[in-house]
Design a protein around this ligand. Structure first.
Ligand code: PLP
Length: 381
């Protein structure tokens, strides 16, 4: 069961399944008979995340991350907001990585004060600066395993170690790396968060999230989720469980395509800069090699000729869709300054290196030869 291909297919499965089924069925029922004196949170009810299909999905998600427990949520943002609500109370302080997914950045900058939380940004590459940012009321630290869109990899093992030594809850958004490439629970993170909308489902056809990690932390998150109500519908959960079975196959193909495309673009005269942790010139290549099995399917690049040239390349490509999400079987391409990071001020974007000419690619599972030929054609157009 140790290789990810096997874990993705068999991890968390019931054998034999209900009625001998090889595939776990969808239990659509909202409610089930309960023994007397059952605790409110253990009543079997869909919103309480305690029904048979939900338990099955949770076991599968936990197996993939090599963790004790898991909870599926209605979206990636539901996973992030619920996990933070389970770790923080009014008056608490959060340390958070300085390059965040746009939705997480928005949630903290626009909502944290409403909950009485304060936060400080930290540079995940600079452990020497973390103790100064820690306050007596600091309770948790949140980072991302691979950042968007510059695909940076921080000192993640040190983050988990710092949190443990300081008694903080450590949270990591592992959406970009996926458990195929990196399993943060195995190096000590308390809670691993996912937008399952992306690689975990992998087919760009549902919205879901996951909170995975130590049982006591996941149970606290489940209580919070039960109160906020963002539970995942069983049909979506069924599709997610189906997608998970091919996770390793898909992600390995995406890893290979991103590597091939990054190496190819890095040699191309029309390209000024390529970002992918597999490249020798990437600042975090050593970090990625130490922590990850592979570098993931996301890359970004800057063409020569500015934002107009970037848009012309996107328009000329035939295989990748011009769309901002990621992690599906189809390649997607986007200009973050115009889409995912449009809500940020130009100055903030510039400070993070998200220039107007930056192009982000989510490599799909198409044949590498076809992708490279498409880029060659678009770059010479
Ligand atoms: C998409 C994404 C999210 C939010 O997920 P939703 O499913 O859209 O709510 C969070 N973190 C990362 C890194 C993402 O890419």
């Amino acid at each position: 069961m140790d290789r990810m291909e096997t874990r993705a297919v068999h991890g968390g499965e019931r054998r034999p399944g209900p009625e001998g089924s090889v595939v776990y069925p969808i239990y659509q029922g909202t409610v089930y008979s309960v023994p007397e004196e059952t605790d409110y949170h253990d009543i079997r009810y869909l919103r309480l995340n305690s029904t048979p299909s939900q338990h099955y999905l949770h076991d599968k998600l936990a197996a993939l991350e090599g963790a004790e427990a898991a909870l599926a949520t209605a979206s990636g943002m539901a996973a992030i907001s619920t996990a933070l609500h389970s770790a923080l109370r009014a008056g608490d302080h959060l340390l958070v990585g300085d390059c965040l997914y746009g939705g997480t950045h928005d949630f903290l900058t626009q909502r944290a004060a409403d909950f009485g939380w304060t936060y400080s940004f930290i540079d995940p590459h600079r452990p020497d600066t973390w103790p100064r940012a820690r306050r007596p009321e600091t309770r948790a630290v949140l980072v991302e395993s691979i950042t968007n869109p510059l695909v940076r990899v921080g000192r993640l093992a040190e983050v988990a170690e710092f949190a443990r030594a300081e008694g903080l809850v450590s949270l990591i958004d592992n959406t970009f790396a996926t458990p195929v490439n990196f399993r943060p629970a195995e190096i000590g993170f308390d809670l691993v968060l996912h937008s399952a909308t992306k690689y975990l489902n992998g087919h760009s056809d549902l919205v879901a999230g996951a909170i995975i990690g130590r049982a006591e932390h996941v149970e606290r998150a489940r209580t919070a989720a039960n109160h906020f109500g963002g539970s995942l519908d069983p049909h979506a959960g069924f599709l997610l469980a189906r997608g998970l079975k091919t996770l390793a196959l898909r992600v390995r193909a995406q890893n290979a395509n991103a590597r091939a495309l990054a190496a190819h673009l890095a040699e191309h005269p029309a390209i000024a800069q390529v970002n992918h942790p597999s490249l020798p010139e990437h600042p975090d290549r050593a970090q990625a090699e130490e922590l990850f099995d592979d570098c993931g399917g996301m890359l970004s690049f800057r063409p020569r000729g500015g934002a107009d040239a970037a848009q012309r390349i996107i328009d000329a490509l035939e295989i990748p869709y011009d769309a901002p999400s990621l992690g599906g079987v189809e390649s997607l391409i986007t200009r973050p300054a115009a889409t995912s990071h449009a809500g940020m001020s130009p100055a903030d974007r510039e400070a993070l290196g998200i220039t107007d000419d930056l192009v982000r690619v989510s490599a799909g599972v198409e044949a590498a030869e076809d992708l490279l030929a498409d880029f060659d054609r678009a770059l010479s157009a």
